[in-house]
Design a protein around this ligand. Structure first.
Ligand code: BDR
Ligand code: CA
Length: 313
């Protein structure tokens, strides 16, 4: 099985990535680490603990608290997933409580104790990953693979015209991570719109499962589905985080990719958080650099949908 740490700002689709890690037979979720992002930090912790419980894995996978603030950016909760990140769904506190050690130490300890074995799904702003790397730079070589959900493929963002949410919230962290030497696969918002969005028919198939987990899906995705309809004029459910996790579990979902140089804009007034993506050695001087990431350009939406449905059954 693929041994995973999921670093998450648990709200909306973060939950379904967790469900894949918790319930897919080819995944072994070793730890969940919480990072600032979608909604209030403590709420994200409760959302993660509740998701673990709903998955029938309560008490089995440790949850560690990471950085509640970006390195330099201003934290702002997004309303995309509703104020609690769960489309206002009300649920009791889970029995499981978070661990007392810090997420950054948990990441370092797990990765250094198992060189070449652990992969991270980074589906939140990259604060925790950057801080773990700054504390123990050897994790960049010891980690098997870093799967990052963030940025765009030189296209329009979802927070500003230039920036996607995870990179916009902590561009400095993203810049540090792309300069660190990790083996990275980048799953962008651009990819989410082309390959990681499921249509009304697929949502109908999930609803028709009639299981507690399919109901959980319908409840948690209610607000984002409405926002996506208003924004894109179609009934779609967007799955940036769970698509990223799905590709980590089964790489055959990746249909098209390229090795590229990624850098992140930290200074721009209108471009802060923009991910610059270009082929290696494109021109001389500063862009004359080696690839530091593989970017996914097309994924198998049908196979992804089937995988999602398989864990909601
Ligand atoms: C990303 O931002 C968050 O709202 C989602 O959880 C996802 O990780 C998409 O841009
Ligand atoms: Ca997320």
């Amino acid at each position: 099985p693929t041994r995973l740490i999921i670093d998450t700002d648990t709200a909306g689709d973060d939950c379904f990535s967790l469900l894949l890690g918790l319930r897919h037979p080819a995944a072994q979720l070793e730890a969940v680490t919480i990072c600032n992002g979608n909604v209030a930090f403590d709420q994200q912790v409760e959302n993660a603990l509740h998701t673990i419980e709903v998955a029938g894995r309560g008490g089995e996978v440790p949850v560690y608290l990471g950085s509640a603030r970006p390195l330099m950016g201003r934290w702002e909760a997004a309303s995309f997933h509703g104020s609690n990140g769960m489309s206002e769904m009300v649920f009791p506190p889970a029995r499981q409580r978070p661990e007392s050690s810090h997420a950054i130490d948990a990441i370092i300890d797990l990765v250094m104790a198992n060189p070449g074995e652990i992969s991270i799904i980074a589906q939140a702003p990259l604060t925790n990953i950057a801080l773990a790397y700054l504390k123990e730079p050897r994790i960049a070589g010891a980690l098997k693979h870093l799967w990052i959900m963030g940025g765009t493929d030189n296209a329009v963002g979802n927070v500003t015209p230039a920036a996607e949410f995870n990179f916009f919230v902590d561009p400095e962290a993203a810049k540090i991570v792309f300069g660190a030497g990790f083996a990275i696969t980048l799953s962008t918002w651009t990819l989410t719109l082309t390959s990681g969005s499921i249509d009304a028919e697929a949502v109908g198939r999930i609803e028709a499962l009639g299981t507690p987990l399919s109901q959980f899906f319908m409840d948690v995705t209610e607000t984002p589905r409405k926002v996506a309809f208003a924004r894109y004029g179609e009934t779609i459910s967007t799955h940036p985080d769970s698509l990223t996790c799905a590709m980590a579990i089964d790489e055959s979902l990746i249909l098209e990719s390229a090795d590229v140089v990624v850098d992140v804009e930290v200074g721009g007034e209108t471009t802060r958080g923009w991910s610059s993506v270009h082929p290696p050695r494109l021109v001389e001087r500063w862009e004359d650099r080696d690839a530091n990431a593989r970017i996914v350009r097309r994924a198998d939406t049908a196979a992804f949908t089937d995988m999602l449905i398989s864990v909601l059954k």
